[in-house]
Each structure stands twice: as C-alpha cells, then as structure tokens.
Design a binder for this molecule. Structure first.
Ligand code: ADP
Ligand code: ASP
Ligand code: MG
Length: 593
C-alpha cells in the first residue's frame, strides 16, 4: 500500500468549510487504497497574527519563546483537521513535530531537520488511521520546540515523504500550481505543467514564495515525486521532477526587499572572500549576487545582496570583516529589488541574457547589478520599478499565455534534459549524510577552456549592457558567466567569460563599442580557470561559501569572479591556480580520490 503525503497551506485550512474539504480529500485518497499522511500549516494568517501579538508585547521577544508561540498555530490546525476526519467516519490522529520525532537543530526560527523517526507514524498508518502532522516544527536535542522558517510546512511535508518513501508528496495551496511568476504580481502569468527540481529550487530561493526552497532540496536529494495542486478544485497542478521538456526560460522570481552591501577599499589579496563569507556564515546570512571589482588603485571592492530583513546582522558581520582585513569601509543601500529569470534551456541557448537586458533597457530600467549562473540570470533594479521590470521581462520572454509558445532565442528548443548521471553521483553522497538537511556537494569541476573579458568605466545608464551583450550574442560568442556592478565611484564594470577560441572575436566585437563610451577600457585574460562546486542548496547553506573560499585562501588562490546559485557555485581564478584550487576544493568537500 503506497503512502501519499498531502500538505495543506494556511489558506486551504482557513475556515471550517476548508478544513472539511481538506479532510474529504484525505479520506477519499485513503478510501482509494492509500495510506495518508497530512501535513498542515497554521490557519489563514494565524502565524502573522502571532508575530504581531508578540511584537506588541516585546520589541525583542526571546527566540525560544517565539518558536514556542508560532508552533501553536499548527497545533490548533491539526486537531481541527483530525476532528473533521472523525466526523466523516474515518480514523485519524493529530501529532506535533515532537510526537512524530522530527529532530531539528537548535537554530530558532531557522532550524534544519536532522532526522525523522517513522516508527510512530507507521504504527498509526498500520492501524488504519490518517496521520495529521504539524508542519513547520521540530524538537531539538534539549527538548525545545524549534521552527523551520516561514513557509516551512512545505519542508516538513517533503521531509516526511522522503523518510517514509512516499509514492507522492502533494502540496495543496491557493493557486492552480506553479506559475511562470507570481500571479498576484503579473496578471498574465501562466500555469506551468512541469518544472525541474533545479529550476524550482532556484525560483523558490530567488523569491517565488509558492514553495519553501528547502522543501525542493529534500525532493531532489531523496527523489520525492512532488506535485503542487490547488485545494479548491480537482485539477492536476504542476509536477516537479528530475527531467522534462525544458523551455528556454521557465519562470521568473522577484525578491522585492533586497539590500546591497559594499565593502570597499579592501586590500587586494587572497582571503578577502574567505573573511567575508566566514563572517556571514557565522550569522547564517545567505548572500547573493557577489561582485568583486579590483580598482585601478589596487584596492578591492566587494558588493553583494542580502534580504533586507538580514541587513542589520549583515552590517555587523561586514564591519567585523573589514576590521579583520585591516582596512576598508562598509556601505549599504536598501532601495533595490532582485528580478531573476530561470530556465534549464539557458544551458544550451546563447543570447538569453542579452534579450533580458534589452527588454529592461527598452523600458528605461537601469541595471544596478547583474549576475548569472548555469540556469539563471539575476538583475538588481530600483525598487520603484521592480513590478514594471518583472512584467516587462515576462512579456519579453513570451511567458504569458497569449503569446506562448514562441521561443525567440536561439534556433532550437533544448531536448529532454536527463540528469541520470548527476543523479547517481548525488545518491552516493546522499547515502553518506549524517543528518537529513546536511549540505550535499557531489562534484567539483575544473574548466580550463575559458577566457575572461572585463570592460571598465562603462557609463551607468540604461542600455549599455544591452549594447554589449547584443553585440556579443549577435557575433555568436557563447558567454558563460556574467558579472556586472556599478562600483562605489559610480562607474559600471562588466566581466564575462567566453571560450578561449572566441576571445579574439569577442574583443573585436566589444572594441566597436568603446568609442561611444568615453573613458571605457577593455582588459582580458586569455586563460583562466573556472571551478564549479555542484550540489543542492549551496547558496542557502551558508557553510558552502565559507568552506570554498577558506580552502582557496588557504591554498593562496585569489578569487576573480563568483557566481552563486543553489545548484552550483562557480569561481574564476588565474589559469595556473586551476589545478591546486581544484585539489583544495576536492579535499575540503571530501571528494578527493
Ligand atoms: P500556502 O499557504 O498554501 O503555503 P503560500 O502563500 O505560501 O501558500 O504560497 C502560495 C502563493 O505563492 C500564491 O498565492 C502566489 O501568490 C504566490 N506565488 C509566488 N510565486 C508564485 C509562482 N511562481 N507560482 C504560483 N504562485 C506563486
Ligand atoms: N505557518 C507557518 C508560516 O506561516 C509555516 C507555513 O505556513 O508553512 O510561515
Ligand atoms: Mg507556503
């Protein structure tokens, strides 16, 4: 008899009628011959209400008591759902995280699951009961309740599905499934039928609030078949899985409340990134869009983005880093939002970035920072224009129903993406994990085929990146990494990597633009080494960056460029550092032969 996990979000259990509808669905699934585990969130806006109440009572409520308080929302909901099932004449039992045996670490409000004991759940299932489990909570080694972070019930659901080897994990919510972007923000957003784990992981991590990104980590790690479905009708929703027919751009995400932090006038020496990432990791702050500029003066400048709610902690950590490095200043700005495009098809199509930049510059929207990785492009824009930017990019990639399907980039849509080999590597690593949410790093790759091109002192006005990347894409040069930033002094800097065989052509193309940008200069390195660490949850497990940059600094390797994503973190170093850096990274992640 197969186990099905069904998770119901807050809206889907907000009222007595909805609780009864959820109960009917679980009962129907049981009566069709399955064992059913429900995972339930707090009703409606209960968690928000509890947060507000706590804030009225204390400006700085103790983290332990906050978790104790917030966990009650789920406890109320599971009891009501169990009663609704009883009223339908079926057997059900509600259980808290502690009663199930969901052991989590002690990081209040951001706890990670260590292990789940399935014994009690199986006993109830074997007695013919529907198990109704509290989402979002666990218990630490000292018996304290800890919560998994806002939206964490999704993670409880996929973790339970993984531990129980469920046939499917169904996430019931208030939308028809996963959309090309948040349908509340873009009316023309369209439901997607299938999306890969990797794409969903990036979308969720970059701001698509529909799924807790850590839930996708579980799904991918333990190969849980995952479906996001509406709780208000019988449609099939969206399947999240390992392989499917990928489009070029599958979806967009926006993180409205971002902050940019700059550490400037730093000594240009190995270890700068190590110091910064170590300080951030100590406070579990996930950084994104990392850009490093080496100014002509020989001083380094590093900028990155963090969620605005992490800014205060980030600034403290940044000040500590500057102190440790012995020189520098810290600046920050909060009026920015991050818009990201995600799609597995980017792997095989050039010009995706150029098209995105063009769409934005046609709207007169300036790009304050750009970073790319294997399957995503992120840009930072002024917050006052972020909704326009999201809508424009959605239209630009023809993601709206009216114009689909009409891929305009490249010649062919990529074929079915198969990750079977990756899957085997992954399973070998997953089988050795001590704790369920441990970092998974499955591979370190060295690419010695690329060259680095940097353009300095570009005017900081809309359209310059479009010009640059259009010229390069039209010349059929396949650009790999892109990193752009407006430096502290107000000048734009862009770095890109291209195949060594395309370098001469790329230089010719870029040189045609320089006369129109007074003061702009071009530099290049004909040979560089790119190191990529692949795994799952790499950006949000803040320890990965720390380990990676510490290993490189200890090997005396200077880092030139960085790309972060959940599935791959890449860094560019000097060609001669490639082999030693590769060996150092293999060692630190336990992958050495
Ligand atoms: P639940 O309470 O069921 O967990 P959430 O509010 O956490 O529901 O997530 C559902 C909401 O996520 C939707 O109402 C929608 O506005 C938002 N959302 C953001 N991005 C997307 C997306 N790409 N697809 C679908 N919904 C999205
Ligand atoms: N109730 C929690 C929250 O609102 C967890 C969840 O809904 O997933 O964040
Ligand atoms: Mg949710």
């Amino acid at each position: 008899m197969a186990i099905i996990v069904q998770k119901f979000g807050g809206t889907s259990v907000a009222t007595a009628e909805r609780i009864q509808a959820a109960a009917r669905r679980a009962v129907a699934t049981k009566q069709s011959g399955h064992q059913v585990v429900m995972v339930v969130s707090a009703r409606g806006h209960k968690t928000d209400e509890l947060v507000r109440l706590a804030e009225e009572i204390s400006t700085k409520p103790a983290a332990r008591e906050m978790d104790m308080l917030l966990s009650t929302g789920e406890q109320e909901a599971v009891a009501l759902v169990a009663m609704a099932i009883h009223a339908l004449g079926e057997k059900a039992v509600s259980l808290t995280g502690a009663q199930i045996g969901i052991v989590a670490d002690s990081t209040y409000s951001k706890a990670r699951i260590r292990s789940i004991s399935t014994e009690r759940i199986r006993k109830h299932l074997d007695q013919g009961e529907i198990v109704v489990a509290c989402g979002f909570q666990g218990i630490d080694d000292h018996g304290n309740i800890t919560t998994l972070g806002r939206g964490g019930s999704d993670t409880t659901a996929t973790a339970l599905a993984a531990a129980l080897q469920a046939a499917e994990c169904q996430i019931y919510t208030d939308v028809e499934g996963i959309f090309t972007t948040d349908p509340r923000a873009v009316k023309a957003a369209r439901k997607i039928n299938e999306v890969s784990y990797d794409e969903m992981l990036e979308l969720a991590s970059l701001g698509a609030g529909v799924m807790h990104s850590r839930s996708i980590e579980f799904a991918k790690k333990f190969r849980v078949p995952l479906r996001v479905r509406p709780s208000f009708n019988e449609t099939e929703g969206t399947l999240i899985l390992g392989e499917y027919d990928a489009g070029v751009v599958t979806g967009l995400a926006m993180a409205r409340q971002e902050a940019r932090v700059t550490l400037g006038e730093l000594p240009d020496q190995p270890g700068v990134m190590k110091t910064i990432f170590t300080r951030m990791a100590a406070r579990k702050i996930p950084v994104d869009m990392v850009v490093q500029n080496v100014a002509q003066s020989g001083k380094a400048e590093v900028s990155f983005t963090v969620p605005e709610e992490e800014l205060a902690d980030t600034l403290t950590a940044a000040e500590e880093a500057v102190k440790e490095l012995g020189a520098g200043f810290v600046r920050s700005g909060t009026n920015v939002s991050k818009v990201s495009a995600v799609g597995s098809g980017m792997l095989t199509h050039s010009g995706v970035a150029a098209q995105m930049f063009k769409t934005l510059s046609d709207e007169g929207i300036n790009l304050e920072m750009i970073t790319t990785s294997e399957i995503k492009i992120s840009v930072l824009v002024d917050r006052s224009r972020c909704d326009e930017a999201l809508q424009a990019v959605h239209r630009g990639f023809h993601l709206d129903a009216a114009t689909m399907p009409a891929p305009t980039i490249g010649e062919s849509r990529s074929s079915r993406i198969s990750r079977k080999e990756d899957g085997n590597l992954l399973q070998a690593v997953v089988s050795k994990l001590a704790s369920m949410e441990d970092i998974v790093v499955s591979e370190v790759q060295l690419d010695e085929s690329q060259a680095l091109v940097s353009v300095h002192n570009i005017p900081d006005i809309p359209g310059t990146c479009t010009q640059l990347f259009s010229v390069v894409a039209n010349g059929n040069v396949l650009v790999d990494m892109i990193v752009q930033n407006v430096s502290h002094s107000g000048q734009g800097e862009v770095s890109l990597t291209v195949p060594q065989t395309d370098l001469a052509h790329c230089r010719e193309l870029v040189e045609t633009l320089l006369p129109s940008w007074p003061g702009a200069t071009l530099t290049f390195e004909p040979k560089i080494a790119k190191l990529s660490v692949s795994g799952i949850g790499l950006r949000t497990h803040t320890g990965v960056g720390e380990k990676m940059f510490s290993a490189l600094a200890d090997a005396g390797v200077n880092v030139k460029l960085i790309n972060t994503s959940e599935i791959r973190t890449s860094t560019v170093v000097a060609a001669e550092d490639g082999l030693p850096a590769h060996a150092a990274l293999q060692r630190v992640f336990g992958l050495a032969e």
